[in-house]
Design a protein around this ligand. Structure first.
Ligand code: G3P
Length: 219
């Protein structure tokens, strides 16, 4: 079970990394835009501050496999954890195959069907990213897609790890893990919400009150 954070906010990542529960970071062009920084700067800082992370994503944006690979060549020398994100298109999968054959970590992103996932596995992707929340936005079940993809991955003993993305609620996160996702990538808000239970809060308040009372009674 792996937890990645889906954000380019390095300070927010740092405070969650202190928990010891974070294994990697994903970003996308939208998250990089929000950060107000370049993707290269974000990746370099992440690699310097969190050298033990297993994966730091770098998304390529281009039309052809050759162009994607040319962009990837500017990213993967930055750190061993750098994982090249390519879109689940013909050109993206060609780039994935060539990068994976060359020993570069890859993440096939924008996956919305089992068929696409099969092609990404066959292309040797290190990770593939079904977008759970965006499927739900369009009246399909994201977690059912995770279940189906994980079934194929297991049945055919494929090495690709299933990375559930666009996960927006703690309940979705736990269902993805139940159905076999190897990795969750979570916005900060979703990660933080995984701690929350009103029963834990109430139980703790009671224990704290009783502890204080017992301390007073027993001197
Ligand atoms: O990792 C993909 C993710 O960033 C997309 O999330 O909430 O924009 O669908 P969302």
């Amino acid at each position: 079970m792996r937890f990645f954070l889906d954000t380019a906010d390095v300070d927010a990542i740092a405070s969650r990394y202190e928990t010891g529960l974070i294994d990697g970071v994903t970003t996308n062009p939208t998250l990089i835009l929000k950060s107000g920084r370049t993707q290269h700067d974000v990746i370099k800082e992440l690699a310097e501050r969190f050298p033990l992370m297993e994966s730091i994503s770098a998304e390529v944006v281009a039309e052809t496999a050759d162009e994607m690979i040319a962009q990837a060549e500017t990213f993967y020398p930055l750190a061993p954890a750098v994982t090249i994100k390519v879109p689940c298109t013909v050109e993206g999968l060609k780039a994935c195959k060539r990068l994976s054959d060359g020993g570069i970590k890859t993440n096939v992103t924008l996956v919305f069907s089992v068929a696409q996932a099969c092609l990404a596995m066959k292309a040797g992707a290190t990770y593939l990213s079904p977008f759970v929340g965006r499927l739900n936005d369009n009246s399909f079940s994201g977690v059912e897609l995770i279940k189906a993809i994980c079934g194929v991955q297991k049945e055919h003993r494929m090495e690709t790890k299933i990375l559930a993305a666009s996960v927006r609620e703690a309940h979705q996160a736990s269902r993805c893990l139940l159905y076999g996702a190897h990795v969750l990538t979570l916005p900060i808000k979703t990660f933080d919400s995984m701690y929350n239970s009103v029963l834990t809060r109430e139980g703790l308040d009671l224990f704290n009150r009783d502890y204080a009372e017992a301390s007073l009674s027993n001197g």
